[in-house]
Design a protein around this ligand. Structure first.
Ligand code: NDP
Ligand code: 2IT
Length: 448
């Protein structure tokens, strides 16, 4: 399946050792495919077992989280931290609270994070963590008790120069605040061990907007370089209406695009004249699921209870910003059929492997998540710099740095793509650019 015999054998062995981890294997397969040419032409990669080492987390911590709900019932969840690779800096990556969380999902996320963080140019290793706890429908008190109990174990394994978690699905300001509070209390230190903190206690301006804004900055670069074009007048559909999707929508509108559809787990809303983002924002702030309620404010909009059907709406740009494998082959085919010119991943691995291949072979621009959604972790890195300096930067300063980092990531992926394959193949370009930095650091630091 790969040209490299070494990669074929390693992938077979990896499948056997991890046969119950489909998301992790999917991420490794995508990566190996992108790296095939490099591996065939650099014997050092096999000699020093670089691929064996880079696909294996340095450490996985798995722990019990016990907490009491409002009815006095004792609940038990599983907590995890996957410390994937720290060759270029402390482990860094989000924490996800969602019932689907398991080792496979966190390993795929930590693996992707390693290359994403390398692409930012900042000294950030890769990691990911979370729990199968479902924050939906829980009271603030329940969330607080869960976060405190989660941190009661996690605090032993993290630190500002060791591992710096942040938010992800189901983890935002509220959860980060509760986790930071208990960490500070246990350790008696204020060292900015988490990012995505509130602005009153060390958070960075632009962090909450960063992934969505960064995605749009990346798309702007693609439109400029490949098509001498911009967002002006483009119709855009966005899956998910959480932290990433909402801010991608707001930036799209600011740049002159028109957001005509957005989704959540219960369905999507579509309005050809453009969604009213003030209403979407207001509704999502009240409760996570907004799509059906939107119709009460705009009865002319169309609601569909299957979020995946959204990919059938004709649009210029599609931004999957919800979760893994949410854009299947049929969705990709519909997008191409309807004349979509660009797909950029705001979520991590939202496009299935067959859909990604289909998009790459069709006449459409495609941006992989590890490049296009790196804005969030990039501003997390800037939050760490501000915490270390004990000095906060202005909104304009952080936003400008974010824009520079995103355009820099695009240039790196574009130039590697041009060097090794078709200049439009940002999947290969981003993987090679991210890998090269981690690879060099691993080589320099010896066999460990
Ligand atoms: P949030 O929890 O804030 O939002 C997730 C959104 O996705 C919600 O609107 C949720 O709907 C929706 N959703 C979940 N499953 C589906 C589905 N099957 N179909 C349609 N919508 C769905 O998470 P984030 O915005 O933080 O994260 C979204 C994605 O972006 C994830 O893949 C994450 O790993 C990635 N990411 C996040 C970064 C960050 O800084 N937060 C950085 C880089 C990537 P509902 O509310 O109804 O459940
Ligand atoms: O997937 C991601 O890049 C994130 N959830 C953000 C990680 C971070 O450390 O800010």
């Amino acid at each position: 399946m790969f040209n490299s015999k070494y990669l074929n054998e390693l992938f077979e062995a990896t499948k056997q050792r991890n046969n119950s981890q489909p998301e992790y294997l999917q991420a490794v397969e995508e990566f190996f495919e992108a790296m095939d040419f490099i591996v065939c032409n650099d014997p050092k990669i096999e000699k020093y077992a670089i691929m064996e080492r880079i696909i294996e987390p340095e450490r996985i911590v798995k722990f019990r989280v016990t907490w009491v709900d409002d009815k006095g019932v004792v609940n038990v969840n599983r907590g995890y931290r996957v410390q994937f690779n720290s060759a270029i800096g402390p482990f860094k990556g989000g924490i996800r609270f969602h019932p689907s969380v398991n080792e496979s999902i966190l390993k795929f996320l930590g693996f992707e994070q390693t290359f994403k963080n390398a692409l930012t140019g900042l000294p950030l290793g890769g990691g990911k963590g979370g729990s199968d706890f479902d924050p939906k429908g829980k009271s603030d008190d329940e969330i607080m008790r869960f976060c405190q109990n989660f941190m009661l174990e996690l605090y032993r394994h993290i630190g500002p120069d060791t591992d710096v978690p942040a938010g992800d699905i189901g983890v935002g300001f509220r959860e980060i605040g509760f986790m930071y509070g208990i960490f500070r209390k246990i350790k008696n230190e204020n060292t900015g061990v988490l990012t995505g903190k509130g602005l009153t206690y060390g958070g960075s301006l632009v962090r909450k907007e960063a992934t969505g804004y960064g995605l749009c900055y990346f798309v702007s670069e693609m439109l400029k370089v490949y098509r001498n074009d911009n967002f002006e007048g483009k119709t855009v559909i966005i899956s998910g209406s959480g932290k990433v999707g909402m801010h991608a929508a707001l930036k799209t509108q600011e740049l002159g695009g028109k957001v005509i559809a957005m989704s959540d787990v219960n369905g999507y809303v579509h309005d050809e004249n453009g969604l009213d983002l003030n209403i979407v924002k207001m509704l999502t702030e009240l409760a996570p699921e907004f799509t059906q309620q939107y119709l009460e404010f705009r009865p002319s909009a169309i609601y569909n209870s299957n979020p995946t059907n959204m990919w059938g709406i004709p649009c210029d740009i599609a931004l999957p910003c919800a979760t893994q494998n949410e854009l299947p082959l049929e969705g990709a085919q519909k997008l191409v059929e309807n004349g979509c010119i660009l797909v950029a991943e705001g979520a991590n691995m939202p496009t299935t492997i067959d859909a990604t291949k289909y998009l790459q072979h069709a006449d459409i621009l495609f941006a992989p998540g590890k490049a296009a959604n790196a804005g969030g972790v990039a501003v997390s890195g800037l939050e760490m710099s501000q915490n270390a300096q004990h000095y906060p930067w202005s909104y304009a300063e952080v936003d400008q740095k974010l824009e520079i980092i995103m355009s820099d990531i695009f240039r790196k992926a574009y130039s590697e793509a041009r060097k090794y394959t078709d200049h439009r193949n940002l999947v290969v370009g981003a993987n090679i650019a991210g890998f090269m930095r981690v690879y060099q650091a691993m080589l320099d630091q010896g066999i460990i």
